[in-house]
Design a protein around this ligand. Sequence first.
Ligand code: NAP
Length: 240
Amino acid sequence: MSKTVLITGASRGIGAYAARAFAAEGYKVAVNYFKSEDEAASLANEIGGIAVKADVSDPLQAEELAKKTLENFGHIDVLVNNAAIALTQKVICDVGADEWDKLFAVNVRGMFNCTKAALDSMITRQNGKIINISSVWGITGGSCEVAYSASKAAVIGFTKALAKETAPSLITVNCIAPGVIKTDMNAHLSEQDYAALKEETPLGRIGTPQDIAGAMLFLASPAADFITGQVITADGGISI
Ligand code: NAP
């Protein structure tokens, strides 16, 4: 039986790279997207997976997403809660309550919605791996990124608590905290910004989606069967 993975926010960036990496390892991949339909459709076509539209912040759409994945694949071995948004960098006093709510709706409620939607079938099978994508800012905090940092810290708390709750069902829950990765999310960074960040990073380079997909594949693999409730920081050492 093929292994299966549902990756939220897989139409672009880290999620899209991860979809290709899981497919290369023989997984059947459900590519969730919200707005980037063409990218998701062409990626699903390329890797022989399925593209499923859902705004993860909406519980009904998240349920539909898990349902379509189960209808197509029969089971979900791995759920990667990757979809997220960021606000433009600004001081906390300039962040509106509506912006705060929208960010938390995608980054935190989206993870909650998709986990709930996929968990039943994992509990029935007494098998599953949930991988949540946090951020180094969720650990260290980022100036002018308070809302995003708080949402990514919530991802860590959710991971640890859920890991305890689902352990009796042999479902592991772990978290990856990427450092700076060159994707659309960082489109606001200039070449000088990237050069300064590279300088600050002990490993001397900016991260790539490949660096994060590697950590996902490890957490999804049998090699990580005894690991749960953990945060793997994949940041080139910038947080140490
Ligand atoms: P990205 O390039 O901006 O891509 C974001 C993805 O999330 C897109 O596929 C987008 O899909 C999807 N998405 C956004 N809102 C959604 C919604 N409501 N429902 C479903 N999907 C939605 O971001 P990225 O850099 O790859 O980030 C991936 C993950 O890594 C995120 O959790 C992010 O917080 C985390 N991270 C990134 C960095 C970094 O430096 N890039 C660092 C630390 C952590 P559509 O385009 O189809 O709407």
